[in-house]
Write a protein that binds this ligand. Structure first.
Ligand code: NAP
Length: 531
């Protein structure tokens, strides 16, 4: 495939009408070819119009048609072969292994949603049959079904150029639900994004779906994104990125005459609570796991552990000494782009001069090169400082973390109570000591979307049970996840059909159950037809 730098508007690749920019290789800062054209407001409107028109037909496609389409999207992405992997590495600095891992995850995710919608579980079909003789009032026939919400705008994330981008979890779950998708590509990896958009466009054509089911637009600024969020036909937004970006999009969505949901995943600090017996018995191993986890992928994961909380004393001093040695051996890692690199450097200089935060270890110094490299940094501070300056608990995106030293268990609990909403919270412990920390575990389940025991938060499994979500500011809506099959619920809305003629009901609600799916009939779960 050739990267053209064009926009995909309802099946047509066209030159963007609002200027152009170039991607860059973060290893050396050099421009990547070709120039990427950017979409005009007229082109945004055209994509939205096509999505609106496509929605009318796409929402009625059967789960099996959409499942076949999603599986073919995965096949078409695989068919891009080395070109995709090489471009991804050139645009992100990620090594080949990471590129392959992300491609596997992305295709696996598409196939997982295909399998899932074929079960009909997402539809939550329910039937309460009529009770005409009921006293004092008869009950009408009532049937409940989850329906696609309508056109969805997806913002590609900088740090997951495949798995949270053009064909990532937001797109896969929205298409699985039956919603057309318009992707606003991330300018940090435009070539990778276009290649994946080409793969999806091919799958749309081969499935003979309406062309507006998928469009791909890009710019290097906020214009296209803002226009998409404000477009009247758009019904929901999926976003992974910064707090500033997520909240700006939420504000735009709320200013609409008909506000729409913005499902924004905005990252978190992912605290690790290291309990005393585990620290005493297993400190060196945990230090190794912790340093590995906060520096993985240059620390550019929303589940990077940015805080570690433990009671101070000799075992913690030994833990810090081990972590320090490990950190000092780490070469300066490459960051995704100039902006992310500069934000990280600024945050490191301001944190280094913050009273109360002490730099205990730094990785190998920066290369004297043109690329976007950072220096791994480990801080320590006291719980008292954190409690007085809770802003120090905010996420820094990159290879840095803070060890918080507490006086005792009570102070550890105080820190836990002050934590803002998190994607994850972890406890490293000896199982027996958990009995004394019931309150901590309970607090963490209130604060985080995923509570990890004796593991590390990096490595988000894509499966049915995963929750990649959490209370604000980790996300905009604590009730949902952006990873795993439940991510589809963001793009569905329940509709109740009352006294509807059988022939006009959606197939999932008809008496003979033509889809053969499980349904809740008068309170009983069954896949049987309704007699
Ligand atoms: P970002 O700045 O939030 O941008 C993400 C996407 O949203 C980009 O396409 C961006 O467009 C768009 N956008 C941002 N603000 C917007 C606004 N006000 N109106 C319309 N569109 C807007 O995130 P990023 O570029 O990925 O990285 C920047 C920072 O985000 C990082 O330093 C890190 O702190 C955080 N981050 C968090 C996560 C996470 O997992 N939660 C992931 C990646 C990054 P343009 O790029 O075209 O401006």
């Amino acid at each position: 495939m050739t990267i053209t730098g064009k926009q995909l508007i309802g099946g047509e690749w066209t030159q963007g009408e609002a200027g152009s920019f170039h991607g860059a290789n973060p290893q050396n800062g050099q421009k990547l070819q070709p120039a990427i054209s950017t979409a005009s407001s007229r082109q945004v409107e055209a994509a939205v119009r096509m999505a609106e028109a496509a929605s009318k037909k796409f929402r009625h496609t059967s789960p099996s048609i959409r499942a076949a389409f999603l599986r073919n999207c995965a096949e078409q992405i695989m068919a891009l072969g080395d070109e995709l992997l090489e471009r991804l590495s050139a645009e992100t600095g990620y090594p080949r292994g990471r590129a392959e891992m992300e491609r596997g995850r992305t295709c696996g995710q598409l196939r997982m949603f295909a399998d899932y919608i074929e079960t009909g579980a997402h539809l939550d079909a329910r039937i309460d049959t009529a009770l005409p003789e009921r006293q004092p009032f008869p009950r009408p026939d009532l049937r409940h079904l989850n329906q696609p919400i309508g056109p969805v705008v997806v913002f590609g994330a900088s740090n997951f150029p495949l798995a949270f981008s053009v064909a990532g979890g937001d797109t896969a779950s929205a298409l699985a639900a039956g919603c057309p998708v318009i992707v606003k590509g991330h300018p940090s990896h435009p070539g990778t994004s276009e290649l994946v958009a080409q793969a999806i466009a091919k799958a749309v054509t081969q499935a003979d779906l309406p062309r507006g089911v998928f469009s791909y637009l890009i710019d290097e600024g906020h214009t296209v994104g803002a226009l998409l969020v404000k477009a009247p036909a758009v019904r929901a937004v999926g976003f992974t990125g910064s707090f500033a970006g997520g909240t700006a999009l939420m504000a735009l969505a709320n200013e609409r005459p008909d506000p729409i949901p913005v499902f924004a995943e905005m990252g978190s600090s992912n605290p690790i609570f290291l309990l005393p017996q585990a620290l005493q018995q297993n400190g060196a191993n945990i230090a190794q796991g912790f340093v590995g986890s906060f520096t993985l992928g240059s620390g550019q994961f929303c589940v990077k552990p940015g805080l570690l909380i433990a009671v101070d004393g000799e075992p913690l001093q030994a833990f810090i000494a081990t972590a320090k040695k490990l950190v000092e051996e780490i070469p300066a890692p490459v960051m995704l782009n100039d902006r992310i690199c500069q934000t990280f450097q600024r945050s490191m200089s301001s944190r280094s001069s913050d009273a109360g935060l002490e730099v205990v270890a730094q990785g190998k110094p920066l290369h004297d090169v043109d690329g976007y490299f950072a220096q791994v940094t480990l801080f320590t501070t006291s719980a008292q400082t954190i409690l007085e300056h809770p802003e120090l608990m905010e996420e820094t995106f990159g290879p840095a973390s803070v060890i918080i030293k507490c006086r005792d268990r009570e102070e550890m609990l105080k820190v836990a109570r002050r934590l803002p909403g998190q994607l994850t919270a972890t406890v490293q412990c000896i199982t027996d000591e958990l009995a004394e920390y019931g309150e901590l575990l309970d607090q963490l389940a209130e604060t985080a979307g995923r509570v990890v025991v004796n593991g590390f938060p990096t490595g988000v499994e894509v499966c049915h049970s995963m929750v990649h979500g959490g209370p604000f500011p980790a996300t905009s809506d604590r009730r949902f996840t952006s990873v795993g099959t439940n991510a589809i619920l963001r793009f569905l809305r329940p509709v109740c059909y009352q006294n509807y003629p059988e022939a006009l009901l959606p197939p999932a609600l008809r008496n003979n159950n033509p889809l053969g799916i499980p349904r809740l009939i008068n309170g009983v779960r069954t896949s049987e037809a309704l007699k």
